[in-house]
Design a protein around this ligand. Structure first.
Ligand code: DSN
Length: 487
């Protein structure tokens, strides 16, 4: 395994993976050649572009191959050793290993590997909190042991109580996630929600303002964590706030789980010792398969363990197997080197932007992501995203705090370092990436629209996209994706 590249075990591992994929594609091709073609093209596209989407990465061949097995064919609703289907002994092995690796890696009391995605993990967490803090005491008050024993009238009372709880989370435009109480998302519908933001001057999280809002609103759930906030969070402080108002602290670490696993975030910045419940996806900086995970204290573990049937259906056993493989990789010492490089590289990218006078939300980063305010180039996020794509740079547009262009066109571009760090990029390459991004944006203009400048259309000065594409190709060729893998 190299220090920062996709974890392989040298040339033999790469050659074996290559053979495996060649064989798999021949099998697929014999049934639906267009899918084999699309699969080859996807690898080529991922190889030939600068992937800077903060929530993406490149999982190892071992992780990817683990997903393509007959575990996909097995139903296993229930939990380890307690299934609603027969013959789940091998799924039990898989799920127990995924949970064990997660507990050991993060130092958690309990881990649940079934959620199919981040939103599923958050739903399991919300309903586990409601079950523990509202349903269980409500049942006790009514003198019942199980909700099925309640009269219709009592059940309606309990349902009304479950649907009348409060959640305080970070707002979408300041970097929170839509599952943290955004009204169009179910989290904003099932809870009375209030959102906290960042300081309008600095862009940093203002803990005093969060505390003031929590004191006034008295939420059952305080959610910390982010998708587009380029700074670290002090989870010890968030726990103090939660304790003061009697709230449960839930942390969604989907974006930075790799930095927690790799011990870049420790002490007050590690959510696991401070939160009651922690959720994550497994495919972002953690570099595993696409899926979710919940960590919990013993208090919430029994309710989280009932994620199925509470919120989930049959677990994706093939993906749980791949989670176990990815978590085993993340427990290797090399993963710490990788995680530190992710943070160092994001810093190099931010420094590269700052020295080229590009405006950054909060002025920099101390995690894995950088949020560029593209109004400094006279562009919307949509125009910047498209122009960068023309030059082989894959990013996503993102709202910035109090975004004048709204959530569709936006005024920001979010960059992340996890994927290119996996390819082996270091600080010099990330500085060069900043240079290429600025070259594209400085040479892009909004096109004229019927009522003034368009928010979507743009023009790039002649030759710039091709020149940047060629320069990006040099960086990519020097840091190949899945070296040794030919299709
Ligand atoms: N789509 C993920 C992200 O990009 O942050 C989270 O939902």
């Amino acid at each position: 395994m190299t220090a920062t590249s996709a974890p392989g075990q040298g040339a033999e591992y790469a050659a074996t993976a290559s053979e495996a994929y060649q064989a798999a594609l021949r099998v697929i091709e014999s049934v639906e050649p267009r899918i084999a073609d699309a699969t080859r093209k996807e690898l080529a596209d991922q190889r030939d572009s600068l992937k800077l989407i903060a929530s993406e990465n490149y999982a190892s061949p071992a992780v990817l191959l683990t997903m393509g097995t007959w575990f996909s064919d097995k139903y296993a609703e229930g939990t380890i050793g307690h299934r609603f289907y027969a013959a789940c002994q091998n799924v039990d092995t898989v799920e127990a290993l995924a949970a064990e690796h997660a507990r050991e890696l993060f130092g958690a009391q309990y881990a649940y590997a079934q959620p199919h995605s981040g939103i599923d993990a958050n739903l399991v967490a919300y309903w586990a909190i409601l079950a523990t803090k509202v349903e269980a005491p409500g049942l006790a008050e009514m003198g019942a042991k199980h909700i099925n024993d309640l009269s219709e009238a009592d059940w309606e009372k309990l349902r009304a109580k479950l649907g009348n709880q409060r959640l305080l989370g970070m707002s979408l435009d300041t970097g929170g996630h839509l599952t943290h109480g955004f009204r169009p998302n179910i989290s904003g519908k099932m809870f009375h929600q209030r959102q906290y933001g960042t300081d309008p001057t600095t862009g940093f999280l203002d803990y005093d303002a969060v505390a003031a809002s929590a004191r006034e609103f008295k939420p059952l759930v305080l959610v910390a964590g982010y998708s587009a906030y380029p700074r670290r969070v002090n989870f010890a402080k968030m726990r103090e706030i939660a304790d003061e108002v009697g709230a449960v602290l839930m942390v969604d670490m989907a974006h930075f789980a790799g930095l927690v696993a790799g011990k870049v975030f420790t002490g007050d910045e590690d959510p696991v010792p401070h939160a009651h419940v922690v959720t994550t996806t497994t495919h972002k900086s953690l570099r595993g398969p696409r899926g979710g995970l919940v960590l919990a204290t013993e208090e919430f573990a029994p309710a989280v363990d009932k994620g199925c049937p509470m919120v989930l259906g049959g677990p994706l056993s093939h993906v749980m197997a791949a989670k176990a493989v990815a978590l085993a990789e993340a427990r290797q010492p090399e993963f710490r080197t990788y995680a530190q490089a992710v943070a160092d590289n994001a810093q190099a990218l931010a420094d590269g932007f700052v020295k080229r006078d590009a405006g950054l939300v909060t002025g920099g980063t101390d995690n894995h992501l950088v949020l560029l305010d593209v109004t400094s180039f006279g562009l919307t996020g949509r125009q910047a995203e498209s122009a960068l794509l023309d030059a082989g740079i894959v990013t996503n547009r993102n709202a910035i705090p109090a975004d004048p262009n709204g959530a569709w066109y936006t005024s920001g571009i979010r960059f992340g370092s996890p994927a290119l760090t996996t390819r082996g990029f270091g600080a010099d390459e990330f500085d060069r990436v900043a240079d290429l991004v600025v070259e594209v944006l400085e040479n892009t203009q909004p096109a004229a629209g019927p009522n003034g400048p368009s928010k979507a259309k743009y023009t790039i000065a002649d030759g710039v996209a091709a020149r940047v594409h060629a320069a990006a190709a040099e960086l990519l060729d020097a840091n190949p994706l899945y070296p040794g893998l030919t299709l």
